[in-house]
Design a protein around this ligand. Structure first.
Ligand code: SF4
Ligand code: SF4
Length: 150
């Protein structure tokens, strides 16, 4: 009995340290690690492809008016599968390296995006404008809450 314990202790000593010092020291995940999703609002054009493939139903989409599509990523349910990143045609979604996501604020667990959509003059359905310039032709060249005044 004592002998087997001693042998175990020797094996452990020989193996050296097998655990990471985290959280006492910072830990960098491997490059292919899939952490919290990030979404680039300048790239997303509201196609809804990510919502179609998300197995966890994380991504909710609705139109508030003819020009505005709202995307809500309720990422507390995210399984980090990476499907949304794979299918996004604009590479707007990225699986970041962030894994320390604990929070006591529910609003931290939602990413909300408002995407400007141009409505078709004939059928009224939303479609994404092809360029930022087209967007400005409709929404104006000045933005902000001062009504365009400097
Ligand atoms: S990583 Fe997977 S579960 Fe998470 S939002 Fe993307 S598709 Fe949905
Ligand atoms: S994030 Fe990508 S896939 Fe999802 S709606 Fe935007 S452009 Fe489409």
């Amino acid at each position: 009995m004592l002998l087997s314990k001693l042998r175990e202790a020797l094996i452990c000593l020989k193996a050296g340290r097998v655990t990471l010092p985290y959280p006492s020291a910072p830990h960098d995940p491997s490059p292919r690690f899939r952490g919290k999703i990030t979404v680039d609002p300048d790239r997303c054009f509201g196609c809804g492809g990510c919502a179609n493939v998300c197995p966890a139903g994380v991504i909710l989409i609705h139109d508030t008016d003819q020009h505005t599509r709202v995307l809500e990523f309720q990422w507390r349910r995210c399984t980090y599968c990476g499907r949304c990143e794979e299918v996004c045609p604009e590479q707007a979604i990225h699986m970041s390296q962030q894994f320390e996501t604990a929070t006591d604020r529910p609003e931290d667990l939602v990413i909300r995006l408002e995407v400007f959509m141009g409505p078709c003059q004939r059928c009224g359905r939303c479609f994404p404008p092809p360029t930022p310039l087209d967007r400005m032709m409709v929404s104006g060249f000045r933005s902000g809450g001062n009504g365009g005044r400097q």
